[in-house]
Design a protein around this ligand. Structure first.
Ligand code: C2E
Ligand code: MG
Ligand code: MG
Length: 666
């Protein structure tokens, strides 16, 4: 008994919360047991009164019974009175629990007082039997013993209540018996006192047992509750971590890892899959012009629009940057190119305060039986690359043609480094004509590579492959050397005023110290910077921050700057000035066939006017026919370039064309 008792005490000491719960249980139990005991109390009280009436003490009996009933009514009322403290449980916050515990304690104290009152009434029984000397003494003594024993048996939860109830009647019985005197009465009084002591002790012991079992019950409940809470929070954490690991924090779509996992699961089911890669057009300019916060908002909006336009069951991911991916079952879902068109249209609709048309989206589609994700992504990427090359807001399905191109690009990536070191690459030059296309005034350097297996590789592919293979700077240096060589040759041949242009891709501009390299080499060879021109594409012009500094440096040194492919992509007339462009080159797509197209003529006319008003030279590229040449002359175009005038040629041939042309004009 000692063990659990001391354990209980120490537990209460460390955990007052548990102590409160135990007292709540005690109050709850005692309220029920008092309610059960009171009818017996009433019946015994009534019997005692009847016996008193029988013995001729009716009035006294009735008065006693009335007071006893009052006491009992009070006790019933107390047991039935609502007690907010009973609502206390382990989840109650500490402050509320403290208040609830105070209510419980008050109820227990009041119930103890009521029990004492009832006990005092029973202590008055001697009035009905002349102080235990009347013949009915045996009856009353038995009733007193019975009711006190019953009180202890009922009140196991809280010893103080039965103690308060039993002590007065038993003390009064023992006192009366002692007062009456006589050996047997004195013995009886002693027995009653012993009986009282035994009852008190047993009451205390049963209360300890009750408290111990209440403690165990509450501890078990608390344990179960905390287990459940721990389990719930562990599951929530695991879910949160799973979501974080597989989802993009910005858009809420899947991330690359989540997408890979989900696509692989899909692929296991067999059947054709459609995998779509989506890449924003002009997103970089959004970031540059509006800032990264606005860029993030645009990505979120794009993610939202994509998600809203997708068929059910379609996986959607943001793979990184401005690249998104989708995967779905094309048999169950919409026709892939129709879906891609819908998505492109959804992104083309104005977003917030962005100027309309700044943002677009291109799509590369893979459609077919599932293979490894890397392979399917590679195909979709190839298609995306082709779509991007065709312009903005385009889509392209991966087909056999692209498959061949993919092979070629792989081979190029593998072989480019060796080709560079073995001088297997060449630079050809295409003449640029002045005076309405009559006199050669310059050359444009164009890189050429004849791959042993795949033949001529388009220059854009060479540049992209170099970027992929980390050879951007080597390629730039190689081309620059060829350009410088032809510049030296032209100077030696007495044509130092023939300017040679070299193309610099956006990537080269951003990644390589183009300014230092170019100016350093010009200085080393003692060549005037004005003999060199750098052609950048409009795309570069949009990435103004990355290129502005470098272009300003070369421009200040005297190198000329031309804005290439003008009229394609996102037009940025404002950047012409910012980039210190001396020249714009109207893209071939606007020039070829302009004789028969009013639109093209209108555009070319406008650009020529712009050039005049900004004092910027204008070159028309891609003149393929005599008609187009005539039309351009009629429009007043000063500078021209095109197959009709001269094709790109190796350096020696190009020099001859230029020198002969100049001689003829002179
Ligand atoms: P670009 O700078 O606009 O170069 C003009 C392109 O148009 C050249 O194609 C040229 O051969 C072609 N072209 C010229 N006249 C005509 C014509 O009358 N009709 C047609 N159909 N085409 C004509 P190429 O050499 O294939 O170069 C394509 C693009 O690749 C170039 O466009 C330029 O952006 C890029 N590129 C070429 N060489 C280099 C280089 O050395 N470095 C970098 N970064 N890019 C280069
Ligand atoms: Mg060019
Ligand atoms: Mg061009």
């Amino acid at each position: 008994m000692n063990g659990p008792h001391s354990a209980l005490r120490s537990l209460q000491e460390v955990d007052p919360g548990l102590g409160r719960l135990i007292r709540r249980d005690q109050l709850d139990a005692i309220r029920q047991s008092v309610l059960r005991a009171i009818p017996v109390n009433m019946i015994l009280g009534l019997t005692g009164t009847l016996v008193a009436v029988q013995a001729g003490r009716g009035e006294m009996g009735a008065a006693w019974f009335a007071v006893s009933t009052l006491a009992n009514v009070l006790r019933i009322a107390l047991c039935r009175a609502p007690c907010a403290g009973l609502a206390l449980d382990a989840a109650t916050p500490p402050d509320a629990a403290e208040a609830a515990a105070r209510l419980v304690d008050r109820h227990l104290a009041l119930s103890s007082l009521a029990a004492l009152l009832s006990g005092l009434v029973w202590a008055c029984l001697p009035l009905l039997c002349e102080g235990y000397t009347a013949p009915e003494t045996l009856f009353y003594l038995t009733v007193t013993c019975g009711i006190t024993a019953g009180a202890v048996t009922h009140g196991i939860a809280y010893a103080r209540i039965p103690s308060c109830f039993i002590t007065p009647p038993l003390l009064s019985a023992a006192g009366c018996l002692l007062y009456a005197g006589g050996f047997d009465r004195i013995c009886l009084a002693a027995t009653v006192l012993l009986y009282l002591a035994a009852l008190l002790r047993s009451g205390a012991a049963t209360e300890r047992l009750f408290r111990e079992s209440s403690r165990l019950k509450n501890e078990a409940t608390a344990l179960a509750r905390s287990r459940a809470a721990a389990h719930a929070s562990a599951s929530a954490l695991a879910e949160e971590m799973r979501v974080r690991a597989t989802h993009d924090g910005l858009t809420g779509l899947l991330n690359r890892a989540g997408f890979a996992q989900a696509v692989e699961e899909r692929a296991e089911g067999g059947g054709d899959l459609c995998l779509m890669l989506l890449d924003l057009d002009g997103f970089k300019s959004v970031n540059d012009v509006y800032g990264h916060t606005a860029g993030d908002r645009v990505l979120v909006e794009v993610g939202r629009r994509l998600a809203a336009a997708l068929p059910p069951g379609c996986l959607a991911a943001r793979l990184g940057g401005d690249e998104f991916a989708l995967c779905y079952d094309p048999v169950a879902g919409p026709e892939p190119t129709a879906l891609a068109e819908r998505l492109i249209a959804a992104i083309a609709a104005p977003i917030g305060s962005l100027d309309p048309g700044r943002l677009g989206m291109s799509a590369g589609l893979f459609l077919g039986p599932p293979s490894s994700l890397t392979q399917m992504l590679g195909c979709a990427d190839e298609a995306l690359y082709a779509a991007k090359a065709a312009g903005r807001n385009r889509l392209r399905l991966f087909d056999e043609g692209l498959s061949g191109r993919r092979e070629m690009r792989r081979a190029c990536e593998r072989d480019l480094s060796q080709a560079l070191s073995e001088n297997a690459l060449e630079v050809w030059f295409q003449p640029i004509f002045g005076r309405g296309g009559r006199v050669p005034v310059g050359l444009e350097a164009l890189v050429r590579w004849r791959h042993p297996l795949h033949g001529w590789i388009p220059p854009n592919e060479i540049v992209a492959t170099a970027a992929m293979a980390g050879l951007t700077e080597s390629l730039l240096r190689f081309i620059l050397e060829q350009v410088l060589t032809i510049l030296c040759a032209l100077r030696e041949r007495g044509a130092p005023d023939v300017r040679v242009a070299m193309n610099v891709s956006p990537r080269e501009m951003a990644q390589v110290a183009v300014d230092e390299i170019v100016l350093g080499r010009l200085r080393a060879l003692g060549l005037p910077p004005s003999m060199l021109e750098i052609e950048i594409t409009e795309e570069t012009a949009l990435d103004i921050e990355a290129v502005q500094g470098k272009l300003a440096t070369v421009s200040k040194a005297g190198v000329r700057v031309a804005l290439d492919d003008f009229g394609t992509g996102y037009s940025s007339l404002a950047s012409l000035r910012q980039l210190r462009a001396d020249r714009v080159k109207i893209d071939r797509s606007l020039v070829t066939g302009l004789t028969t197209s009013d639109d093209k003529r209108g555009m070319v006319h406008a650009v020529l006017g712009l050039g005049r008003s900004l004092d910027i030279e204008v070159v028309a590229e891609g003149i393929e026919t005599a008609d187009d040449l005539e039309t351009l002359r009629a429009l007043g175009c000063p500078l021209m370039q095109g197959y009709h005038l001269a094709r790109p040629a190796p350096a020696p041939a190009a020099i001859e064309i230029v020198l002969n042309g100049r001689a003829a004009a002179a």
